[in-house]
Design a protein around this ligand. Structure first.
Ligand SMILES: [Zn+2]
Length: 399
């Protein structure tokens, strides 16, 4: 019996439940990102109230700071961070692309240089699994080697083949203690390599499979083609996770292909830049047009930002640099995505997912045409500071 129960199918889209040691995840699911064992600015109870079933934390970042020993002594990640629901930990494979200036890879292991203090962390595939088990992750991810958009075909094949060898080493160490172990298929941007990778990873007996190395700058049609090539080769009865995707239209496009789980820093990062995600596109609250707008942010949204405050007040908080503004927008954006996933599950169950997706896309297009869509004014998040060192935004992928 697999950990996933598929309750309804509509075309390739499916709605179901994933069982983990810390509870059930309703799929399709959006996972808020809590890289450093916190969803930025929110209490775990607020994250739960936003509708999230599961969080993503990053084993690589947590191993560097505060260290696995401390978290283990605290009783594991759930106790340490005060979140009693399921946790998926990312292994650090993505950082091999996003932090490539401070990482290196050889056949035995990946070596990360800490952006915090310059120390080195060398992690074999086996150690990646055991680190995540020591953190008490419910879902452990294999160590993989993605490639960036624009990499050569030869580089993509070499990284994919290494990912396969590493996957077999990780699989041999399946914790087998109620934790789920997910494989990651790669393949760069060639459909045949994608298919071959999915067939190989799909045959290793993982509890779930992630489609990795996409949403890294490629056009949407390429992303869709590569995802379709991957999914066609995966077993139908295990959960499929698309790593790093967070806009409404992209999520629905991938659900349409049969993806069950997503994560992205977009809702938290957009909130800090003053943008609210809505079904009509992004609403950039910094605009002067919202200064006297006493209407709710979104009429029928159940989140605290929408039920208790006005657009004018939220804009005022942002203009005054008040932390509450960022917190409320983060709560709203997470609620927006979990509500979208709940409506998606309902549409699949009712057998009307195609119409639901078409309506959602039409509404986004209309919102864009009205000029209130995703054209945010520039308002970059302030640079992160650690001690006296400045960490460029590209080195801080932490939600
Ligand atoms: Zn709201």
């Amino acid at each position: 019996m697999t950990a996933l129960t598929v309750d309804a199918r509509d075309g390739c889209a499916r709605s179901g439940r994933l069982r983990t040691a810390h509870g059930e995840v309703r799929t399709p699911a959006f996972m808020p990102v809590g890289t450093h064992a916190t969803v930025k600015s929110l209490d775990p109870a607020e994250v739960r109230a936003s509708g999230a079933d599961i969080l993503l934390c990053n084993a690589y970042h947590l191993a560097l700071r505060p260290g696995v020993d401390l978290i283990e002594r605290a009783g594991g990640l759930h106790v340490f961070m005060g979140w009693d629901g399921p946790i998926l930990t990312d292994s650090g494979g993505f950082q091999l692309v996003s932090l490539r200036r401070v990482t290196s890879v050889d056949e035995e292991a990946a070596t990360f240089v800490s952006p915090y203090d310059g120390s080195r962390l060398r992690v074999t595939p086996e150690e990646a699994v055991s680190l995540q088990a020591r953190l008490d992750a419910d879902i452990v991810m294999c160590l993989d080697q993605p490639v960036g958009w624009g990499s050569s075909a030869a580089a993509a094949v070499a990284a994919t083949e290494r990912t396969h060898r590493w996957a077999a080493r990780c699989r041999a160490l399946h914790p087998g203690d109620g934790r789920l172990l997910f494989g990651i298929c790669q393949g760069g941007f060639d459909a045949r390599t994608r298919s071959e990778s999915a067939a190989l990873i799909g045959g290793l007996g993982f509890d779930g499979i992630a489609v990795g190395g996409l949403s890294v700058g490629e056009p949407l049609d390429v992303m869709e083609a590569m995802t379709a090539a991957s999914l066609a080769e995966l077993p139908g009865d295990i959960v499929r996770y698309f790593m790093g995707l967070g806009t409404d239209s992209e999520l629905l496009a991938m659900v349409d292909l049969g993806v069950d789980m997503f994560d992205c820093v977009a809702p938290t990062r957009l909130a800090r830049s003053g943008s609210a995600m809505t079904r009509d596109g992004r609403l950039a609250l910094r605009r002067a047009m919202y200064r006297d707008d006493l209407r709710p942010l979104v009429d029928d949204c159940p989140c605290p930002a929408c039920t208790r405050f006005s657009r004018a007040y939220l804009r005022h908080l942002l203009a005054a640099g008040e932390i509450l503004g960022h917190r409320l927008l983060t709560l709203h954006n997470l609620t927006h995505l979990t509500t979208l996933m709940a409506a998606t599950r309902e549409a699949i169950t009712a057998g009307r997912f195609a119409a639901f997706r078409a309506e959602a896309d039409a509404r986004l297009l209309a919102g864009r045409a009205s000029g209130d869509g995703p054209d945010d004014p520039p308002f970059p998040a302030p640079p992160q500071r650690v001690g006296a060192r400045r960490i460029p935004a590209t080195l801080d992928p932490s939600g």
